[in-house]
Design a protein around this ligand. Sequence first.
Ligand code: PLP
Length: 426
Amino acid sequence: MTERIGTTCVQGGYRPGDAQPRQIPIYQSTTWKYDTSEHMGKLFDLEESGYFYTRLQNPTNDFVAAKICELEGGSAAMLTSSGQAANFFAVFNIAGCGDHVVASSAIYGGTYNLFAHTMARMGLEFTFVSPDCTDEELEAAFRPNTKCVFGETIANPALDVLDIERFAAAAHAHGVPLIVDNTFPTPVMCRPIEWGADIVTHSTTKYMDGHGAAVGGAIVDSGNFDWMAHADKFPGLTTPDVSYHGVVYAEKFGLEGAFITKATAQLMRDFGSIQSPMNAFLLNMGLESLHVRMPQHCKNGQAMAEFLSEHPKVRFVKYPGLPTDPYYKLAQKYLPNGSCGVVSFGFTGGRAAAEQFMKSLKLAQIATHVADARTCVLHPANATHRQMNDVELEAAGIAPDMVRLSCGIESTEDLIADVEQALATI
Ligand SMILES: *Cc1c(COP(=O)(O)O)cnc(C)c1O
């Protein structure tokens, strides 16, 4: 019997045997002890699997990664210290100095900075394409040294929906994988691997944790991408790793294991962006209710978007669940049961009205966070983007009056009443 997603949320990744702890144990230990150095040597040679140092792997993290792997329908997964680390590792594992990446322009600002500035300093080149670009424009973005395509299922904060099948087909036609950041829908609302994505990343800081408790990230490999079939493009996976006794990851660990093993043995070893086992434990507590929380986030987001779209003081609403939204059709295809709880909107009264609205909210809390059980709200022009003037904001696609409202899982009527009374003060 195929297990339903709610069962995996609750019980996936860790199935205790007889007389074992019911909850995932927190292995709060940096190191493991061995009786012989021969045994330890085998671990270092990747001859045997086992634990020796938490910077590379920790059992608590691996239990939780295994749950996320099952949720996404992948073959292998790892946790990282943050969503930023997950996206960095996912790309840098297959693209280095002199390589090129095609990325959607509708991505999280932190990821854009990572790509366009920090990874550019490391010698990688990025071409950003609109998720709405034509097939010809997408095709024109590829170069002989392109190593992957990157996008977000639902962009934070733009709320554009990625046509995963179209981007996957373009990537595969060029012999490279599609990496999809699935933070906003989570595997409860969309499983990008089923639509052709090869690698899925997450900021687990958001809905997966869901309680604003721990920063974290995850990478899931589908096991579908055939590195050996494109061996010349991916020498890091298909030729000996001199830093690991000449192991050829794609040969030794196969389709299912090569990508995550390399990212663990090489990138985690060298960059050390491990998630703390305590945080992995907290993340797992969030995952246990993810399938119960997501529908409520979506219900609140949908009701809020509908309420706002009929309000005379509201200038525009962005939400992929609104039939008038440009991404409605794609959302119906990829997110048939709902998208997320985040709604963006602006005010007929402009920036001053947005400021008055923010001041008047009572339930919704001002925070840079999104995708949390508690409703939170941000006015980017006055917070994350406050160094920009109104002209620069428009150029960056952020209206000066735009507010991002992340609907939590409180009672729908109370959230709408709060927004209604705040709108009334304008
Ligand atoms: C927040 C976020 C990130 C970055 O994750 P952190 O855990 O904050 O490092 C990456 N992608 C998306 C879509 C996000 O929302």
